[in-house]
Ligand binder design. Structure first.
Ligand code: 13P
Length: 314
């Protein structure tokens, strides 16, 4: 099948099966274009909790599929490629995290959404990059907190809130890789450009940023800004929506350390393709399944996050 046929078949199957295709901003352009809903991790969870579709196709990585399944247990949740994992979630195995929690009695556990269902089941409240700072601030100043698994996001939250959360030592392989030297060169080349960065980046990158935020916040920032040029330090998939909504502006991705290519892509996110999406809808596989005991435990901290986000107007 050629691309046009694939698109037509996916659209036909979607209607026939009452399915919704939900994509993260880091997906390939083709997938973003065919999705019914595109968003950051928080928006995907919010949408998964309220959709009336029978089938949810999560075009993102595995933990996003799990989050959708946790929130919509009676729906069929599919992911085009089950191998689409997350280096950050993998950096925090549940057994080791459980032992870490045990070493820190009296601490509340705040986990980034980029975690397995098993880790969420050990957590008091889940956060995403959109609501992390506000949710941490909703705890009293003297509350001891464990934050995992992203040390860069954790350090960023500590610096903004004056907290001293105990951090799990994990990181996202994409955001760890941005080259400071290349960022400095880009800023010299485009002196008027605003540098915008995701809080999963290292502190050295964040120190140079004019704005720091989740993918949805970065998109909103470029849409609202009077500036014409932006240097972007996050996975380069977000540039697709930026270019679509602001075709007159210039977006320059920060490259990784070890590459001559111009952008930094998450190889896991990019495993999902139109062809795999078609097969996934047609055959209704791979399916995301979660053991019910774990699901029930993981649901609580996610629902808490959704409730707090609503209260905070996020
Ligand atoms: P947001 O979706 O919150 O912007 O975070 C990006 C990310 O880490 C996706 O895995």
């Amino acid at each position: 099948m050629n691309k046009l046929q694939l698109i037509a078949e996916i659209n036909r199957l979607k209607v026939e099966k009452n399915a919704i295709i939900m994509a993260h901003f880091y997906q390939n352009n083709d997938i973003q274009d065919i999705a019914d809903f595109i968003g950051d991790s928080l928006a995907l969870a919010q949408q998964a909790a309220k959709t009336d579709a029978d089938i949810l196709v999560i075009c993102g990585v595995h933990f996003m599929g799990e989050t959708a399944k946790i929130l919509s247990p009676n729906k069929k949740v599919l992911i085009p490629d089950k191998e689409a994992g997350c280096s950050l979630a993998d950096s925090c195995p549940a057994d080791a995290f459980k032992a870490f929690i045990k070493e820190h009695p009296g601490h509340k556990v705040i986990s980034y959404v980029n975690t397995s269902a098993e880790v969420k089941a050990l957590t008091d409240v889940v956060v995403t990059s959109t609501n992390a700072v506000s949710i941490v601030q909703s705890f009293s100043k003297d509350q001891k907190i464990i934050f995992g698994p992203d040390r860069n996001l954790g350090n960023y939250i500590n610096s903004l809130t004056g907290r001293n959360m105990v951090l799990w030592d994990g990181a996202c392989h994409v955001h760890e890789q941005f080259s400071l030297e290349k960022l400095i060169e880009l800023k010299k080349e485009y002196p008027l450009a605003k540098i915008i960065a995701h809080p999963e980046c290292k502190q050295t990158i964040l120190m140079l940023a004019d704005f720091i935020g989740s993918t949805a916040s970065l998109l909103k920032y470029v849409q609202r800004s009077d500036n014409e040029e932006f240097i972007i330090a996050t996975e380069s998939g977000i540039l697709h929506q930026m270019k679509k909504s602001c075709p007159e502006k210039i977006f320059i991705p920060v490259p990784p350390n070890d590459s001559t290519c111009g952008c930094n892509e998450c190889s896991f996110m990019r495993l999902n393709t139109l062809e795999k999406l078609y097969h996934c809808l047609k055959n209704e596989t791979p399916v995301i399944e979660i053991e019910e005991g774990i699901r029930l435990k993981a649901e609580k901290p996610i629902l808490k996050m959704l409730k707090l986000s609503k209260k905070l107007g996020l």
